[in-house]
Design a protein around this ligand. Sequence first.
Ligand code: GLP
Length: 244
Amino acid sequence: VKIYSSSKDGSKYVAGEIAALIREKQQKGEKCVLGLATGSTPISMYAELVRMHREEGLSFANVISFNLDEYYPIEKDAFQSYWSFMHRHLFDHVDIDPKNIHIPSGQWPKDEIKKYCAEYDQMIEEVGGIDLQILGIGKNGHIGFNEPGSSIHSKTRLVNLDNTTRMANAYEFQNISKVPRLAVTMGISVIMKARRILLMGWGMKGKIIALSVEADVTEQVPASILQQHDNCTFVIDEAASSEL
Ligand code: GLP
């Protein structure tokens, strides 16, 4: 666990780690495979990456990205889609090759969704796995949209959203009835295969951060499973450390 006095400082640390990895891989002539997250938590981290691109020449030309999740169903151009979120906060402002961007689709045909999810996991394997996975955390301990009860063995799949998650995310929509009931999420086993994981948590997340870091590993608190990963850091601010 790394505790910063503000979310701004924590965000700068995470952006700095991402930039350092991108540059290290660039020097070796290698691709850098990033697992990316959405939600309010990573917004200032993405802003810092955009700043580094503009002011320090950080290039994303060697970056391959895989996003964690997407609402289902949702049109990719909808303002609330994670496809739109990622373009608004990062991809539209940096030099990543659009071919290297992967985001689960909220428009995959329902009767073929298992096939598309399996292909998503296969694409991650084909590029050699995720070098660095960025995560946020839901108030119920979800990572991606892996809600409590998700198996440690789970792969990318269609899931039901908890009502508490739908309520927490209702601010993005006109009202709760407009929040999709389903989502596609990268599975826990896929997240756990990343070589390094940085989970960010700011503000009123103290209780769930403490449960995830200090209590028993349980599928009822998906983020607690990260205790079993050998290179995972929780990057949090003081408020989120209040129960540690
Ligand atoms: C969202 C996302 C998660 C995110 C979490 C926390 O619904 N699917 O990937 O980490 O919930 O959201 P926030 O960062 O807005 O607190």
